[in-house]
Write a protein that binds this ligand. Structure first.
Ligand code: ADP
Ligand code: ADP
Length: 224
């Protein structure tokens, strides 16, 4: 069984844009998988179908072996999504933000790990600050933390370092590596070849709604 599996996945938006034209992808459990492609390739659409934010037009998708149509709740419980945009309520503290998210996922109080997660992303000392007081980099780390409250085996990051400076990019890469080392399957989208090269052990290249290559990194780089 796979972490994520897509079989002939298609999405046509209202208005006729074919964002995914039949994508078949199987992402191994335990990998750091990169979905690499230019803007408009269909990467966010792919992620958003798994996240439950976009309805697929046809095809199958499953998360940790659970079909998103037949078992939507169980499927979504296995995934944490870090969105591209930073949209958080700025009048809460990081600690409150995580507790609210845990409540949303129905994590019982006794099983919550807000402190531990804040420590993991390096935000312990900002526990009780307001989100609006955090730097851009700290907000990004809080977004990662939010995606982890229900302890999902898969973390999906949509363009995690788009528009961030090199220092922050390296910081975020380090967090992603740590999470991976701790056992989390990582899936990320990026339009930076360097990011995919640096982080991922397997890379799929998407363009115009199609997967044009999917291979272990070394094999792919040899052909470029
Ligand atoms: P990427 O994440 O690779 O930049 P997207 O999945 O965001 O690509 O977009 C794929 C294509 O679908 C683009 O042409 C985009 O303009 C279009 N698209 C994305 N979302 C919508 C939407 N909600 N309605 C219509 N077209 C959309
Ligand atoms: P779904 O079929 O999954 O419900 P929709 O086709 O209704 O998706 O599009 C969702 C929303 O995204 C719409 O409100 C639409 O206005 C908006 N949207 C349209 N074009 C784009 C685009 N190119 N990129 C991002 N969002 C878009």
């Amino acid at each position: 069984e796979f972490a994520l599996e897509a079989i002939d996945l298609k999405k046509t938006y209202k208005g006729g844009k074919e964002a995914l034209k039949g994508v078949t992808l199987r992402i191994r459990r335990g990998s750091i998988f990169g979905l690499l492609g230019p803007n408009g390739a269909g990467k966010s659409t792919f992620i958003n179908i798994f996240a439950g934010l976009v309805n697929k037009t046809s095809g199958q998708a499953s998360i940790w072996g659970r079909d998103i149509d037949r078992e939507p709740r169980n499927a979504r419980a296995a995934i944490g999504i870090v969105p591209q945009e930073i949209n958080m309520d700025v009048f809460f503290t990081p600690y409150e933000t995580l507790e609210l998210m845990a409540g949303f996922y129905g994590v019982p109080k006794s099983e919550r790990r807000s402190e531990e997660i804040l420590a993991a992303v390096g935000l312990s000392d900002k526990r009780d600050a307001y989100v609006r007081q955090l730097s851009g980099g700290m907000k990004r780390r809080l977004l990662v933390a939010k995606a982890l409250v229900h302890n999902p085996p898969i973390l999906v990051l949509d363009e995690p370092t788009a528009g961030v400076d090199i220092e922050l990019r390296r910081q975020l890469w380090a967090y992603v590596r740590e999470l991976h080392a701790a056992g989390t399957t990582i899936v990320l989208t990026t339009h930076y070849l360097e990011e995919a090269q640096e982080l991922c052990d397997e890379i799929a290249i998407v363009d115009h709604g199609e997967v044009i290559a999917c291979e272990p990194k070394e094999a792919l780089l040899k052909r470029m």
